[in-house]
Every structure is written in structure tokens, then in C-alpha cells.
Design a protein around this ligand. Structure first.
Ligand SMILES: NC(=O)c1ccc[n+]([C@@H]2O[C@H](COP(=O)([O-])OP(=O)(O)OC[C@H]3O[C@@H](n4cnc5c(N)ncnc54)[C@H](O)[C@@H]3O)[C@@H](O)[C@H]2O)c1
Length: 342
């Protein structure tokens, strides 16, 4: 076993606390070495909770600390680029929260820093750790529902009370489809591959004081003649969920990240196209922010020297799709999706 990885978590929100537990859950392999936040109360709260010696308000102190091996960035989206590049260029590995950044150009700058330093960058697209979605992907990959023909996911949230620290979510550059809708886009990309084209519409009826449209519907062309759709709302009046469905020629999976079961419809006779069973209810753990698994994957990949399980190219490709979707909804025209080439 290699030496324990000293990890610094940047940001001290409730979400960041999940990442701190993610590190301490893996304490045989990693050590929660330091934390950082500009908010003194949040910083003090987590310093005490995790019994830490090092808690700073300026992340650059940790960039320059030779004892830090890796950083987990859980700060407002607008800071992901600056902080990730600073840690990579200082020779640290990085796990950066989703969305990787707010434009493809920013993502490419982060990927350039990763390539030039040889350090590793993983993106926290946490749906790839959500039990129901992991199981859906396994069933699809083993051919349980036949040949996929339609995939859909939604990101239904109400941001009216979660503008974030200093209202960082309420800015024109942080479009809800990029910041939140990226979860649903990433889930569909993970299952069905990179869409080639998008056509989207949006409106602005719920969060009328916000500077961006709050609801978007997008349809996509995926490889292998699969079609798909994402609906994202950041102002809808219902409980948060990511209701998703995957339709294949021999079955259908309906699942989300907030229910204790998922449904599988399957042909009783796999060679028949005309019968189907009653839905089978499959029990799943509800763990819609399974950052502990995300940290386990990150730490194991660092210890094992392998590729990052959710690579920077994956994070950047999701942003490419999300940005093309916003462009399509603004221009009311289909858009061909351009992926990063680094
Ligand atoms: N994976 C998920 O499902 C999920 C869920 C929530 C948030 N997020 C992501 O996590 C990130 C943080 O979101 P949040 O909900 O924790 O936001 P938040 O506003 O609750 O917390 C952000 C924290 O960052 C701190 N901060 C701001 N500027 C800083 C700086 N220069 N240096 C150090 N600390 C600084 C703030 O003081 C605050 O404590 C965002 O990128 C968001 O998109 C992901």
C-alpha cells in the first residue's frame, strides 16, 4: 500500500461536508489533511467537526503546501477553473465538483493543465455513483432491455431558496441547464454515448427575478440511432428528483435518484416482440449524493495509478452538450455539438 493521500477540501458547505466524510470513510488510504473556506463560521464548524489542525481562508496556502497531495474543489462553479488549474500546476491531483466549468474553453484550459503537469483530474458527476443509475447501466450493458432506442432524464429542482453563498448561482453565466441540467445530460451520455445534435426550447416563468431561463426541454440524436430528451427546471414546484427512463427493444427501465425502488419491464420470452411482464420492482438504496463512492473511486485510482474513473474529457463533453443546448434554446435552432479535442 502506498502512503496515505493527504487531501484538502476547498469549500465548507453541507455538500463539501459530504466530501469530507467521503475522505474519512476511506481513512485506510487517505487523510483529511486540511480544509478551506472564506466564510469563518463554516470553516470553524467543519474544523471542529473533523478535528483538524489546518483550516485556512485562502486556498493558495494549500496550493503552496507541499504536504497536500490532492484537492477536492467544492466551491462556486465560477471558481472551478482558477482553483483546479492552480492545484494541478502545483503538482496536486484534483477532484472538481460538477459542472467542470461554465464553458468548453474553460474546460479545455483545465485539461491542458492536466496534460502538461501529468497530474490527474476527475469530475464529480455524481449520478455515475447513484445506486439506481449504476444498476440501470449494468442492466442495459448486459443486454437486459435489448437494443436501446430512447433515453430520457430530467433534473427537477427548486432553486428559489438556494442561490448559494453570495447568490453565486444567480448570474447570467451560470445557466441552470449547465449547472444543474448537466447531471441529466451526463447520465444520458454515460448510458447512450455522445449526442451529435440538439434542439432545445426554454422559458422563464418560475424564477422571474433570475437572469436566466429556468426551464429547458432538449431533444438529442445519440449514436446507434438512439433518440433522447432532457428536461431541466430550476424553479419547479415539486421535490427534487431526476426521473429517468431507458427504452429498449426488449424492455424498459424506469428509475430516479430519490425512490427506494426502480422498475424493470421485460419480455417474458426474450425472443418474442409481443409480450411483456408486469413491472419488476427492484429495491435500491436512495443515495442521490453518493460522494463517498465518488471519493472511493478517486482515491483508489490515485493509489492504483489508473485512469480517472470520471475523466476530465467526460466532464468537458457533458459541458459541451449543455452549452450547445443553451445555444440551441437561445437561437431556436438545432445545433451540432462540438466536443473538446485535447
Ligand atoms: N454533485 C451535486 O449533486 C452537487 C450538489 C450541490 C452542489 N454541487 C456543486 O458544488 C459546488 C459548491 O456548491 P454548494 O452548494 O456547496 O455552494 P454553497 O454556496 O453552499 O457553498 C460554497 C462555499 O464556497 C465558499 N467559497 C466561496 N468562495 C471561496 C473561495 N474563494 N475560497 C474558499 N471558499 C470559497 C463559500 O464561502 C461557501 O461556503 C458547486 O460547484 C455546485 O455546483 C454539486
Amino acid at each position: 500500500m502506498k502512503k496515505k493521500i493527504n487531501i484538502a477540501v476547498i469549500g465548507c458547505s453541507g455538500m463539501a461536508e459530504g466530501h469530507m466524510y467521503g475522505v474519512t470513510d476511506n481513512k485506510e488510504k487517505a487523510n483529511l489533511y486540511a480544509i478551506c473556506d472564506i466564510d469563518p463560521e463554516r470553516l470553524a464548524l467543519r474544523k471542529e467537526k473533523f478535528n483538524l489542525d489546518i483550516a485556512v481562508s485562502d486556498y493558495r496556502e494549500l496550493v503552496n503546501d507541499p504536504n497536500v497531495d490532492a484537492a477536492v474543489i467544492v466551491t462556486p462553479d465560477q471558481l472551478h477553473l482558477e482553483m483546479t488549474v492552480a492545484f494541478l500546476r502545483a503538482g496536486k491531483d484534483v477532484l472538481c465538483e460538477k459542472p467542470m466549468a461554465l464553458s468548453v474553453a474553460e474546460c479545455e484550459e483545465m485539461m491542458r493543465a492536466e496534460k502538461e503537469t501529468g497530474k490527474k483530474l476527475m469530475i464529480g458527476q455524481v449520478c455515475r455513483c447513484t445506486p439506481a443509475f449504476v444498476q440501470a447501466k449494468e442492466l442495459i450493458d448486459e443486454g437486459k432491455i435489448g437494443d436501446l432506442f430512447f433515453v430520457e432524464s430530467e433534473y427537477a429542482h427548486d432553486y428559489s431558496r438556494i442561490g448559494g453563498y453570495n447568490n453565486w448561482r444567480i448570474t447570467p453565466e451560470r445557466h441552470g441547464f449547465i449547472g444543474g441540467g448537466c447531471h441529466a445530460v451526463d447520465l444520458l451520455r454515460w448510458i447512450a454515448g455522445n449526442p451529435t445534435e440538439v434542439c432545445a426550447y426554454s422559458n422563464h416563468k418560475c424564477l422571474t427575478s433570475w437572469p436566466v431561463d429556468d426551464a429547458t426541454i432538449a431533444i438529442y440524436k445519440f449514436p446507434n440511432n438512439v433518440i433522447g430528451k432532457v428536461f431541466a427546471s430550476i424553479g419547479c414546484k415539486r421535490g427534487y428528483t431526476m426521473r429517468s427512463a431507458f427504452y429498449g427493444t426488449k424492455g424498459t427501465i424506469i428509475c430516479d435518484n430519490t425512490s427506494p425502488t426502480m422498475q424493470l419491464f421485460e419480455n417474458k420470452d426474450p425472443n418474442s416482440e409481443t409480450d411483456f411482464t408486469e413491472p419488476q420492482e427492484i429495491e435500491v438504496n436512495i443515495n442521490n449524493h453518493n460522494v463517498s463512492e465518488e471519493l472511493r473511486m478517486f482515491i483508489d485510482a490515485l493509489q492504483g495509478g489508473g485512469e480517472m474513473p470520471i475523466s476530465s474529457m467526460e466532464g468537458a463533453s457533458t459541458i459541451a452538450v449543455a452549452c450547445a443546448t443553451v445555444e440551441s434554446s437561445k437561437n431556436q435552432t438545432p445545433v451540432k455539438i462540438k466536443y473538446p479535442t485535447l
